[in-house]
Each structure stands twice: as structure tokens, then as C-alpha cells.
Design a protein around this ligand. Structure first.
Ligand code: CO
Length: 215
């Protein structure tokens, strides 16, 4: 097992110098090109967990993915931060794909399954308890606590995708005939692989009438 060097504040700045040097060595125009602007085709909504960095796990680079992260990749329509990111990504950057990516072993989802108090974050995690309540018939049948938690990780992503499809931002884009696909993925910390939950949607026809918005 390799012993990891302790990450320090100063070490980050040193690391930055080294990265700039190495990057310029392989492409002297790298920063000039990147500073001209960006047109990422993807919006990523993921967990804040330090082990799930969007670019690294998808083998992509700066400029490729517009990113929003919060604890347990929760998507709720009252979150102004998420709505602002979504609106900017969809209407200004004109991304064609929005991916909600959760991960197995998510501490936020685990906490939502328990009864312990964790402070302010409990209010945020309440959204996941609501997802549990919506799917309790399925979840209560799973006796293994780890498997139950894994399924709630998936359901939290699936609800996130559906909540995105309910927004006026997404539905107005579809009403305009623009291409915009929503996807739900789960990343495995143990294997490094991403699982596509196959809940992609590109229209509002899966929504019940009360959630359909007429433009
Ligand atoms: Co997490």
C-alpha cells in the first residue's frame, strides 16, 4: 500500500507551479487557447465528495464539462444555486447533455438513512429522506443495509433527473425543439466504473400532466 503524502496549503501552490510548467511544456499555447472562452457540451451535477472529480473519472479536461456539485448531488427546484447553473448551462452555454452523477458509498445518502443529527446539513438531506418515503415499499424489502443504501443512491439520482425534467428551464428548451438530454449515472468508488441508470430523457412525455409546462 502506498503512503500518501499529507496535502498542505503550501503544497497546493507548489503543485500549481509544477502543473503550469508541465502544461506549458506539452502545449505552450494551452492557457492562451483556454482563456479565449469555453463551450462545454455537458453539465455535470455531482456530489461534493473529493473522490468523485468529474474531469478525472471521465478522462476529460478543463473546458470540457460545466460542473455543479453539492452534498449528495441533490436536485431540488428550490435551490437557486442549482437553477442558476442549469439556466446558464442550458441557455447561454447551450449544453446538450445534463448528467446527474451519484456515487455508491455516498456519506450524504448514508446519513439520510439514519436518525442521527448532523446539524444544518440535516435540512439538505431531508430531500433524500423524501425520496426514501416515495420509494419505501421497494427499499424496505432490501434487508442488507448496504444494498438498501446503494439503491437509495440510485433513486436519489433518478429523482434528480426527473426533477430536472420538471423545470421550466428544461421544458422550455424542449418546447423550442432544441436538443437537450438528461441522464442519470452512478460512480463506483470501489471499481472506478460509471453505471448508466438508463433513465435518459429528451422530452417531457414521461411526466404526469401537472408537471408538464406549456410554453
Ligand atoms: Co457523496
Amino acid at each position: 500500500m502506498c503512503v500518501k503524502e499529507k496535502i498542505t496549503y503550501e503544497g497546493l501552490l507548489k503543485g500549481n507551479l509544477q502543473w503550469v510548467e508541465e502544461t506549458l511544456q506539452s502545449d505552450p499555447e494551452y492557457f492562451n487557447k483556454l482563456s479565449m472562452g469555453h463551450k462545454p457540451p455537458i453539465l455535470w451535477i455531482g456530489c461534493s465528495d473529493s473522490r468523485v472529480p468529474a474531469n478525472q473519472i471521465t478522462n476529460t479536461n478543463p473546458g470540457d464539462i460545466f460542473v455543479h456539485r453539492n452534498i449528495a448531488n441533490v436536485v431540488v427546484h428550490t435551490d437557486m444555486n442549482m437553477l442558476s447553473v442549469l439556466d446558464y448551462a442550458v441557455n447561454v452555454l447551450e449544453v446538450e447533455h445534463v448528467i446527474v452523477c451519484g456515487h455508491y458509498g455516498c456519506g450524504g445518502v448514508e446519513a439520510a438513512l439514519g436518525s442521527k443529527q448532523h446539524g444544518i446539513i440535516d435540512n439538505w438531506l431531508r430531500n433524500i429522506k423524501d425520496t426514501y418515503r416515495m420509494h419505501n415499499h421497494e427499499l424496505d424489502l432490501i434487508s442488507d443495509p448496504n444494498k438498501r443504501c446503494e439503491r437509495l443512491v440510485e433513486l436519489n439520482v433518478i429523482e434528480g433527473v426527473y426533477n430536472l425534467s420538471k423545470t421550466s428551464i428544461v421544458q422550455n428548451k424542449w418546447a423550442d425543439g432544441k436538443k437537450l438530454a438528461l441522464h442519470g449515472w452512478v460512480y463506483s468508488l470501489q471499481t472506478g466504473f460509471i453505471k448508466d441508470l438508463k433513465v435518459s430523457c429528451e422530452a417531457n412525455d414521461h411526466l404526469s400532466e401537472v408537471f408538464k409546462i406549456i410554453k
